[in-house]
Design a binder for this molecule. Structure first.
Ligand SMILES: C[S@@+](CC[C@H](N)C(=O)[O-])C[C@H]1O[C@@H](n2cnc3c(N)ncnc32)[C@H](O)[C@@H]1O
Length: 279
Protein backbone atom coordinates (compact mmCIF):
# COMPACT_ATOMS: atom_id res chain seq x y z
CA UNK A 1 0.00 0.00 0.00
CA UNK A 2 1.14 3.54 -0.68
CA UNK A 3 -0.42 6.73 0.61
CA UNK A 4 0.16 10.35 -0.43
CA UNK A 5 2.03 12.31 2.25
CA UNK A 6 -0.90 14.73 2.64
CA UNK A 7 -3.32 11.86 3.23
CA UNK A 8 -0.91 10.32 5.76
CA UNK A 9 -0.77 13.64 7.62
CA UNK A 10 -4.59 13.83 7.71
CA UNK A 11 -4.86 10.24 8.96
CA UNK A 12 -2.27 10.79 11.70
CA UNK A 13 -3.85 14.13 12.68
CA UNK A 14 -7.26 12.49 13.08
CA UNK A 15 -5.83 9.85 15.40
CA UNK A 16 -3.98 12.48 17.45
CA UNK A 17 -7.02 14.80 17.62
CA UNK A 18 -9.22 11.97 18.86
CA UNK A 19 -6.85 11.47 21.78
CA UNK A 20 -6.98 15.16 22.74
CA UNK A 21 -3.72 16.52 21.31
CA UNK A 22 -3.68 20.33 21.41
CA UNK A 23 -1.95 20.61 18.03
CA UNK A 24 -2.72 17.43 16.06
CA UNK A 25 -1.99 18.90 12.62
CA UNK A 26 1.45 20.22 13.58
CA UNK A 27 2.37 17.01 15.41
CA UNK A 28 1.20 14.87 12.48
CA UNK A 29 3.28 16.89 10.01
CA UNK A 30 6.34 16.57 12.26
CA UNK A 31 5.90 12.80 12.60
CA UNK A 32 5.33 12.25 8.87
CA UNK A 33 8.40 14.34 8.01
CA UNK A 34 10.40 12.33 10.56
CA UNK A 35 9.45 8.88 9.27
CA UNK A 36 9.78 10.02 5.63
CA UNK A 37 13.27 11.47 6.38
CA UNK A 38 12.35 14.78 4.86
CA UNK A 39 12.72 18.30 6.25
CA UNK A 40 9.45 19.65 7.62
CA UNK A 41 9.53 22.61 5.24
CA UNK A 42 9.82 20.23 2.25
CA UNK A 43 6.91 18.01 3.29
CA UNK A 44 4.56 19.37 0.56
CA UNK A 45 7.10 18.05 -1.98
CA UNK A 46 7.21 14.53 -0.49
CA UNK A 47 6.25 11.60 -2.69
CA UNK A 48 3.81 8.86 -1.61
CA UNK A 49 4.74 6.94 1.56
CA UNK A 50 5.47 3.23 1.09
CA UNK A 51 4.46 0.37 3.39
CA UNK A 52 7.54 0.50 5.62
CA UNK A 53 7.19 4.25 6.09
CA UNK A 54 3.49 3.92 6.93
CA UNK A 55 4.29 1.23 9.49
CA UNK A 56 6.90 3.55 11.02
CA UNK A 57 4.29 6.32 11.11
CA UNK A 58 1.73 4.10 12.87
CA UNK A 59 4.38 3.25 15.45
CA UNK A 60 5.29 6.93 15.94
CA UNK A 61 1.61 7.89 16.34
CA UNK A 62 1.12 5.07 18.85
CA UNK A 63 4.09 6.33 20.88
CA UNK A 64 2.63 9.86 20.85
CA UNK A 65 -0.79 8.51 21.88
CA UNK A 66 0.87 6.78 24.83
CA UNK A 67 2.06 10.21 26.02
CA UNK A 68 5.62 10.30 24.71
CA UNK A 69 6.65 13.83 23.67
CA UNK A 70 7.02 14.40 19.92
CA UNK A 71 10.59 15.55 20.56
CA UNK A 72 11.50 12.16 22.10
CA UNK A 73 10.04 10.35 19.11
CA UNK A 74 11.96 12.47 16.58
CA UNK A 75 15.00 12.98 18.87
CA UNK A 76 15.00 16.68 18.01
CA UNK A 77 13.79 19.86 19.73
CA UNK A 78 13.75 23.27 18.06
CA UNK A 79 14.76 26.37 20.02
CA UNK A 80 15.09 29.88 18.56
CA UNK A 81 17.27 29.43 15.44
CA UNK A 82 18.71 26.03 16.31
CA UNK A 83 17.90 22.34 16.85
CA UNK A 84 18.95 20.18 19.77
CA UNK A 85 19.36 16.47 20.21
CA UNK A 86 17.01 15.35 23.05
CA UNK A 87 15.63 12.13 24.53
CA UNK A 88 14.98 10.32 27.79
CA UNK A 89 17.05 11.81 30.63
CA UNK A 90 17.13 15.41 29.44
CA UNK A 91 14.60 18.26 29.75
CA UNK A 92 13.01 19.23 26.42
CA UNK A 93 13.67 22.97 25.91
CA UNK A 94 10.49 25.10 25.82
CA UNK A 95 9.63 28.17 23.73
CA UNK A 96 8.90 30.19 26.89
CA UNK A 97 12.65 30.25 27.58
CA UNK A 98 13.45 31.92 24.25
CA UNK A 99 12.65 35.48 25.41
CA UNK A 100 15.20 35.26 28.24
CA UNK A 101 17.88 34.35 25.69
CA UNK A 102 16.83 37.40 23.65
CA UNK A 103 17.32 39.60 26.73
CA UNK A 104 20.81 38.12 27.28
CA UNK A 105 21.72 38.81 23.65
CA UNK A 106 20.63 42.44 24.02
CA UNK A 107 22.96 42.87 27.04
CA UNK A 108 26.05 40.95 25.96
CA UNK A 109 29.19 42.53 24.52
CA UNK A 110 31.98 40.74 22.59
CA UNK A 111 34.27 38.74 24.86
CA UNK A 112 31.85 38.63 27.80
CA UNK A 113 32.19 35.68 30.15
CA UNK A 114 28.82 33.91 30.26
CA UNK A 115 27.92 30.98 32.53
CA UNK A 116 24.77 28.93 32.06
CA UNK A 117 23.76 26.99 35.19
CA UNK A 118 21.39 23.97 34.95
CA UNK A 119 22.18 23.73 31.24
CA UNK A 120 20.23 20.53 30.36
CA UNK A 121 20.34 20.03 26.58
CA UNK A 122 22.35 23.25 26.17
CA UNK A 123 19.61 25.10 24.25
CA UNK A 124 20.41 28.43 25.92
CA UNK A 125 24.20 28.12 25.58
CA UNK A 126 23.99 26.95 21.98
CA UNK A 127 21.72 29.87 21.05
CA UNK A 128 24.02 32.37 22.79
CA UNK A 129 26.99 30.91 20.94
CA UNK A 130 25.19 30.98 17.56
CA UNK A 131 23.54 34.37 17.89
CA UNK A 132 25.88 36.14 20.32
CA UNK A 133 28.68 38.59 19.59
CA UNK A 134 31.58 36.18 20.37
CA UNK A 135 31.40 35.19 24.03
CA UNK A 136 33.51 33.08 26.40
CA UNK A 137 31.04 30.48 27.64
CA UNK A 138 30.59 27.73 30.23
CA UNK A 139 27.58 25.39 30.53
CA UNK A 140 27.16 23.56 33.85
CA UNK A 141 24.87 20.59 34.49
CA UNK A 142 24.53 18.12 37.37
CA UNK A 143 22.65 15.21 35.81
CA UNK A 144 24.84 12.40 34.38
CA UNK A 145 21.90 11.48 32.10
CA UNK A 146 21.66 15.02 30.67
CA UNK A 147 25.39 15.72 30.25
CA UNK A 148 25.88 13.47 27.15
CA UNK A 149 23.13 15.46 25.34
CA UNK A 150 24.78 18.69 26.48
CA UNK A 151 28.16 17.58 25.10
CA UNK A 152 26.59 16.50 21.78
CA UNK A 153 24.67 19.75 21.35
CA UNK A 154 27.69 21.90 22.16
CA UNK A 155 30.16 19.94 20.04
CA UNK A 156 32.01 22.26 17.68
CA UNK A 157 31.25 25.34 19.78
CA UNK A 158 33.63 27.11 22.16
CA UNK A 159 31.38 26.40 25.17
CA UNK A 160 33.10 24.53 28.02
CA UNK A 161 30.86 21.81 29.45
CA UNK A 162 31.13 21.29 33.21
CA UNK A 163 29.50 18.37 35.03
CA UNK A 164 28.90 19.64 38.56
CA UNK A 165 26.38 20.75 41.15
CA UNK A 166 25.87 24.47 40.61
CA UNK A 167 26.27 25.04 44.36
CA UNK A 168 30.04 24.61 44.15
CA UNK A 169 30.87 24.51 40.44
CA UNK A 170 33.20 26.82 38.49
CA UNK A 171 34.71 28.43 41.60
CA UNK A 172 37.79 29.31 39.50
CA UNK A 173 35.62 31.95 37.78
CA UNK A 174 34.47 33.60 41.02
CA UNK A 175 34.09 37.38 40.68
CA UNK A 176 34.91 37.45 36.94
CA UNK A 177 31.68 36.50 35.13
CA UNK A 178 29.71 39.12 33.18
CA UNK A 179 26.45 37.19 32.82
CA UNK A 180 24.88 34.20 34.56
CA UNK A 181 21.80 32.70 32.90
CA UNK A 182 19.71 29.86 34.27
CA UNK A 183 16.46 27.99 33.75
CA UNK A 184 16.43 26.02 37.01
CA UNK A 185 13.88 23.50 38.28
CA UNK A 186 11.05 25.51 39.89
CA UNK A 187 7.95 23.33 40.35
CA UNK A 188 6.85 22.90 44.02
CA UNK A 189 7.07 19.27 45.14
CA UNK A 190 3.43 19.22 46.20
CA UNK A 191 2.35 20.44 42.74
CA UNK A 192 3.29 17.01 41.37
CA UNK A 193 -0.32 16.15 40.55
CA UNK A 194 -0.91 19.39 38.66
CA UNK A 195 1.99 18.70 36.28
CA UNK A 196 0.67 17.11 33.06
CA UNK A 197 1.31 13.36 32.95
CA UNK A 198 3.39 13.53 29.74
CA UNK A 199 5.71 16.09 31.41
CA UNK A 200 5.91 14.14 34.68
CA UNK A 201 6.58 10.87 32.89
CA UNK A 202 9.15 12.10 30.38
CA UNK A 203 10.99 15.17 31.73
CA UNK A 204 13.44 14.23 34.52
CA UNK A 205 12.30 15.04 38.07
CA UNK A 206 15.61 16.79 38.75
CA UNK A 207 14.73 19.24 35.95
CA UNK A 208 11.27 20.03 37.33
CA UNK A 209 10.93 19.94 41.09
CA UNK A 210 12.61 22.17 43.65
CA UNK A 211 11.45 21.98 47.25
CA UNK A 212 8.17 22.79 48.97
CA UNK A 213 7.65 26.21 47.33
CA UNK A 214 9.57 25.51 44.11
CA UNK A 215 12.14 28.16 45.00
CA UNK A 216 14.98 26.06 46.46
CA UNK A 217 17.06 26.13 43.27
CA UNK A 218 16.39 29.84 42.75
CA UNK A 219 17.75 30.46 46.29
CA UNK A 220 20.91 28.52 45.41
CA UNK A 221 21.15 30.52 42.16
CA UNK A 222 21.09 33.79 44.18
CA UNK A 223 24.11 32.57 46.17
CA UNK A 224 26.02 31.06 43.23
CA UNK A 225 25.51 34.00 40.86
CA UNK A 226 26.62 36.43 43.59
CA UNK A 227 29.84 34.40 43.90
CA UNK A 228 30.47 34.14 40.13
CA UNK A 229 29.54 37.64 38.95
CA UNK A 230 31.88 40.62 38.83
CA UNK A 231 30.54 43.86 40.32
CA UNK A 232 27.94 45.10 37.83
CA UNK A 233 27.57 41.63 36.28
CA UNK A 234 24.08 40.47 35.28
CA UNK A 235 21.83 37.56 36.21
CA UNK A 236 18.84 36.22 34.27
CA UNK A 237 16.79 33.42 35.89
CA UNK A 238 13.57 31.77 34.70
CA UNK A 239 10.63 31.09 37.03
CA UNK A 240 6.93 30.15 36.91
CA UNK A 241 4.34 32.86 36.37
CA UNK A 242 2.83 32.37 39.85
CA UNK A 243 6.29 32.95 41.41
CA UNK A 244 6.48 36.49 39.97
CA UNK A 245 6.22 38.36 43.31
CA UNK A 246 8.15 35.80 45.39
CA UNK A 247 11.10 35.71 43.01
CA UNK A 248 11.35 39.49 42.71
CA UNK A 249 11.23 39.70 46.55
CA UNK A 250 13.87 36.98 46.85
CA UNK A 251 16.40 38.86 44.71
CA UNK A 252 15.44 42.38 45.85
CA UNK A 253 15.90 41.42 49.55
CA UNK A 254 19.05 39.38 48.97
CA UNK A 255 21.27 42.43 49.49
CA UNK A 256 23.79 41.48 46.79
CA UNK A 257 21.78 42.71 43.78
CA UNK A 258 20.14 45.87 42.51
CA UNK A 259 18.05 46.67 39.41
CA UNK A 260 15.84 43.66 40.04
CA UNK A 261 13.22 43.41 37.26
CA UNK A 262 10.76 40.78 36.13
CA UNK A 263 10.02 40.10 32.45
CA UNK A 264 7.23 38.44 30.47
CA UNK A 265 7.62 35.68 27.88
CA UNK A 266 6.18 35.62 24.36
CA UNK A 267 2.73 34.71 25.68
CA UNK A 268 2.71 37.66 28.11
CA UNK A 269 3.33 35.58 31.25
CA UNK A 270 5.86 36.66 33.92
CA UNK A 271 8.78 34.35 33.13
CA UNK A 272 12.26 35.56 34.15
CA UNK A 273 13.89 37.84 36.65
CA UNK A 274 17.03 39.88 35.97
CA UNK A 275 19.31 41.55 38.47
CA UNK A 276 22.67 43.33 38.65
CA UNK A 277 25.45 42.32 41.06
CA UNK A 278 26.26 45.16 43.42
CA UNK A 279 29.83 46.49 43.47
C1 LIG B 1 14.32 23.14 33.71
S1 LIG B 1 15.74 22.25 33.21
C2 LIG B 1 16.47 23.44 32.13
C3 LIG B 1 17.39 22.87 31.10
C4 LIG B 1 17.84 23.87 30.02
N1 LIG B 1 18.59 24.96 30.60
C5 LIG B 1 16.66 24.40 29.24
O1 LIG B 1 16.27 25.56 29.46
O2 LIG B 1 16.09 23.65 28.43
C6 LIG B 1 16.74 22.34 34.69
C7 LIG B 1 18.08 21.62 34.62
O3 LIG B 1 18.76 21.84 35.86
C8 LIG B 1 19.50 20.68 36.20
N2 LIG B 1 19.82 20.76 37.64
C9 LIG B 1 18.99 20.56 38.68
N3 LIG B 1 19.62 20.79 39.85
C10 LIG B 1 20.89 21.15 39.53
C11 LIG B 1 22.03 21.53 40.30
N4 LIG B 1 22.00 21.54 41.65
N5 LIG B 1 23.18 21.86 39.65
C12 LIG B 1 23.23 21.83 38.29
N6 LIG B 1 22.18 21.47 37.50
C13 LIG B 1 21.02 21.14 38.11
C14 LIG B 1 18.57 19.54 35.80
O4 LIG B 1 19.26 18.33 35.64
C15 LIG B 1 18.01 20.11 34.46
O5 LIG B 1 18.81 19.72 33.38
Amino acid sequence: MVLAAGAAVRRAAQALAASGSASPEAEARTLVAHVAHIELGRLPLAGPLDDDTLTALDLAVARRLSGEPVQHITGVAHFRTTSLCVGPGVFVPRPETETMVGWCLEQASPGWRVVELCAGSGAISRSLWLEGPGLAQWALELSPEAVPYLRTNLEGTNVDVVESDMADGLSELDGTVDLVVVNPPYVPLDAWESVPADVRDHDPGLALFSGADGLDALRVVARVAARLLRPGGLLAAEHAEVQHTDVVDLYARDGRYDTVRDHRDLTGRWRFVTARRLG
